[in-house]
Design a protein around this ligand. Structure first.
Ligand code: FES
Length: 104
């Protein structure tokens, strides 16, 4: 699938990723280094925070309580905020637009 990623500096790039791979991994593999992903994708660091465009927010899987709690601790929480390690690429998400949230 293809994903449009806007980095912290405001540059948008279209990148490709495989279905079943987390958005965090897809972004990192593409060489965009605004996501440290300190915990390696196990939903405990919140450093993979992204904001999903409204058109796609409703297509995402529901968030776990852990993910919601971590996002609540972020000063950059917005409508559409998700931890990108917790969202896997799926065919419905082709064309997804997201913005990487700044680190605290
Ligand atoms: Fe740590 Fe997503 S990489 S919460």
């Amino acid at each position: 699938i293809s994903i449009h990623v806007t980095d912290v500096a405001g540059t948008t790039r279209e990148i490709a990723g495989d279905i079943g791979t987390s958005l965090m991994e897809i972004i990192k593999v593409a060489g965009i280094d605004d996501i440290p992903a300190f915990c390696g994708g196990v939903c405990s660091c919140a450093s993979c925070h992204v904001v999903i465009a409204p058109d796609f927010a409703g297509l995402l899987p529901a968030m776990s309580e852990d993910e919601a709690d971590l996002l609540d601790g972020s000063a950059h929480r917005a409508e559409g905020s998700r931890l990108s390690c917790q969202v896997k690429a799926s065919s419905e998400l082709d064309g997804l637009c997201l913005t990487i949230a700044p680190q605290e």
